[in-house]
Design a protein around this ligand. Structure first.
Ligand SMILES: Cc1cc2nc3c(=O)[nH]c(=O)nc-3n(C[C@H](O)[C@H](O)[C@H](O)COP(=O)(O)OP(=O)(O)OC[C@H]3O[C@@H](n4cnc5c(N)ncnc54)[C@H](O)[C@@H]3O)c2cc1C
Ligand code: FES
Length: 229
């Protein structure tokens, strides 16, 4: 959690990989009071940081598996951390597909990193934008449709998705259509939070606290709580 004194405090995913030891990075989308103030920060300004809180992606448990990352917009922030970790430990994982979409080319997060990733032969990158743009030769349409077109094999594969809730909803539907089982699908939730440590009750869904038990959940865990979200 990052606080800007006099403005407030916000949750952010750590977007750098744990293989980067010297510092952590967070990627902030300018939305309201705190995030706008953070965008005005200059080198040398003092911020508050507490955490990290919650659980994490099971990178060790997924060794030897194929991984499909499906991100949209700033939802790529936690996936970026994971993708960079997996690429830094490439031999421990099978096939890697990175599916990412944004509204337009201007909205693509981490553009230079995607360009680097696209040069690698051991990672398949599939980018999309929502609407046609001059010069864009890749997929045009929504992320869940691109996923259906790519149709990754569910065999020995874990799918991890993060993005706007509507995208996550249809991505999960399409993963199930392709043949992924509920325990092969993982997502991170962005419930509104306050304390971050399971005390205030702001973020609970069913008997789970997103701040403490999550924010990473398998679809298997979430499907029965859908009415609560
Ligand atoms: C676990 C978790 C991880 C997150 N990771 C990231 C990240 O890596 N990068 C990033 O940019 N953001 C991330 N967020 C979202 C980020 O915390 C919010 O964008 C931020 O709190 C907005 O604060 P603000 O003061 O700028 O906006 P406010 O002034 O509080 O709100 C501005 C507008 O945005 C709406 N809003 C505020 N928070 C949210 C939210 N969480 N979801 C939907 N609408 C919201 C408000 O209703 C209001 O309309 C994460 C949130 C959670 C819970
Ligand atoms: S944010 Fe307070 S209980 Fe989760």
């Amino acid at each position: 959690m990052v606080s800007h004194f006099g403005f407030g405090e916000c949750f952010f995913a750590i977007s750098s990989a744990p293989t980067k030891k010297e510092y952590i990075e967070v990627s902030v989308m300018k939305l309201g009071k705190v995030t706008s103030a953070l965008h005005e920060c200059e080198i040398g300004d003092t911020l508050g940081v507490r955490g990290p809180y919650g659980n994490n992606f099971d990178v060790k448990g997924w060794e030897g598996k194929n991984l499909v990352f499906i991100g949209g917009g700033i939802g790529q922030a936690p996936l970026r951390s994971l993708i960079n970790y997996v690429v830094d430990n490439r031999k421990n994982y099978g096939k890697i597909d990175v599916i990412y979409g944004a509204r337009s080319t201007n909205d693509i997060c981490f553009k230079p990193e995607f360009e680097e990733l696209e040069k690698r032969k051991d990672v398949n990158v599939h980018l999309s934008i929502d609407k046609e743009e001059k010069g864009w030769k890749k997929f045009v349409g929504f992320v869940p449709d691109n996923l259906l077109k790519i149709k990754p094999s569910p065999k020995n594969t874990i799918a991890i998705t993060c993005g706007p809730p509507i995208m996550i909803k249809f991505v999960i539907q399409n993963l199930l259509k392709i043949g992924f089982s509920e325990d092969q699908i993982f997502t991170t939730l962005e419930m509104r939070m306050k304390c971050g440590i399971g005390k205030c009750g702001r973020c609970n869904i069913g008997n789970l606290y997103v701040c403490k038990d999550g924010p990473v959940f398998s679809y298997d865990q979430l499907k029965n709580l859908k009415g609560e979200m």
